[in-house]
Design a protein around this ligand. Structure first.
Ligand code: GLA
Length: 376
């Protein structure tokens, strides 16, 4: 399956890890709807690792843990589809998943059929326990082909953490997104690290196969599986804006049954989601670093001729950014300047004398949607 904009949804791993079950999945599906997240575009409900029994069945098939999923996976799929949502599941190209449940190695065709029969729409495919002598790219191509022939449209979401130069071969596998980073944790250091890891690989992402910066930690506040010390609201805002501007999939990782209003407003920022989901699919780029590489200036040209601009301050002090708008394709002789608003605050901004200036506090960002206006 091909999706021309980054997939959006919710995934169990960041908060719940092995503590998953049918009730949690369906309650979270209901919460997606009740909170308005579904209407904002979050469509996929993804069950990550730890859903299966430790052993396959006699017929070699994967078996959902009956204590966690008493009605089986087809039932879960049907319930999600009935709610207008899509169903994601998880497997691994090695003999075992990362949490040591059965992996799909040498069972790719059988498992793809099983997922198709259950009504799965999305497969996250991990990279643990690969056998010696078999390359990851071979195993991913296998699963890509198995999915393309399983009789159902299943979106293939690779999760090889950027290992083994994934960017060089992922586009040959049929994957629609590829994890370009190690796992995220609920700290600002982790967010900063994952953003910096994108700097040299942005040209490899985009329509066809998006760079996946891992699931969102917005609203975790230190709770759950990858919750460590948590982040401030500004840090979560910076995190979400970066994932939108850099065209990463947007997979929520907090407990959406219990979100505070700030979390909801960040995840539902429709202006940022519109940048993430811009149908033209132009690649984002870093036009320059302001002073140092903790101050990236990120740009994405949008389908209607607007420009998305993000000033990210990942340092511990204030940053007085100035951006030559010539960098963004607006030379002075064009007789144009840029005007628009900041997307978290609604604050109006315009370039003056060929520069756009703004002050951004530490661990915060300013993100604008700008359009061309006559300079005079
Ligand atoms: C890996 C992946 C995570 C998660 C776990 C599950 O670490 O990168 O996103 O799926 O495995 O065990």
């Amino acid at each position: 399956m091909v999706k021309n904009t980054p997939p959006m949804g919710w995934n169990t791993w960041n908060t719940f890890a092995k503590d998953i079950n049918e009730e949690l999945i369906l309650q979270s599906a209901d919460a997606l709807i009740a909170t308005g997240l579904k209407d904002a575009g979050y469509q996929y409900v993804v069950i990550d690792d730890c859903w299966a029994l430790r052993e396959r069945g006699k017929d070699g098939k994967l078996v959902p843990d009956p204590e966690k999923f008493p009605h089986g996976m087809k039932y879960v799929a049907d319930e999600l589809h009935r709610r207008g949502l899509k169903f994601g599941m998880y497997s691994c190209c090695g003999a075992m998943t990362c949490a040591e449940y059965p992996g799909s190695l040498n069972r790719e065709y059988q498992d793809a059929k099983t997922f198709a029969r259950w009504g799965v729409d999305f497969l996250k495919y991990d990279y643990c326990f690969k056998p010696a002598g078999l390359e990851g790219k071979t195993l991913y191509r296998r699963m890509g082909l198995a999915l393309a022939n399983c009789g159902r449209d299943i979106l293939f979401s690779g999760c090889s953490w950027g290992a083994d130069n994934t960017h060089e071969w992922i586009g040959t596998t049929g994957a629609n997104a590829w994890r370009s980073t190690p796992d995220i944790f609920d700290t600002f250091d982790s967010v900063k690290d994952l953003i910096k890891r994108q700097y040299n690989i942005l040209p490899y992402g985009g329509v066809g196969c998006f760079n996946d910066m891992d699931m969102l930690i917005v609203g975790m506040h230190g709770r759950g599986n990858v919750g460590l010390k948590g982040c401030t609201d500004d840090e979560y805002r910076l995190h979400f804006a970066a994932w939108c501007l850099l065209a990463s999939p947007l997979m929520i990782g907090c407990d959406i049954r219990d979100m505070d209003e700030t979390t909801r407003s960040v995840l539902m920022n429709r202006d940022l989601i519109a940048i993430s989901q811009d149908a033209r699919g132009n690649r984002p780029y870093i036009t320059r670093f302001f002073d140092c590489d903790d101050l990236p200036i990120v740009v994405r040209a949008l389908g209607n001729g607007d420009i998305a601009l993000g000033l990210f301050n990942m340092t511990d002090g204030d940053a007085n950014f100035w951006v030559p708008v010539d960098d963004l394709g607006v030379p002075e002789f064009s007789g144009k300047r840029l005007r628009g608003k900041e997307l978290y605050t609604g604050r109006e901004i315009a370039s003056q004398n060929a520069l756009l200036r703004d002050k951004v506090p530490p661990h915060a960002c300013a993100v604008y949607r700008l359009h061309l206006v006559d300079a005079k």
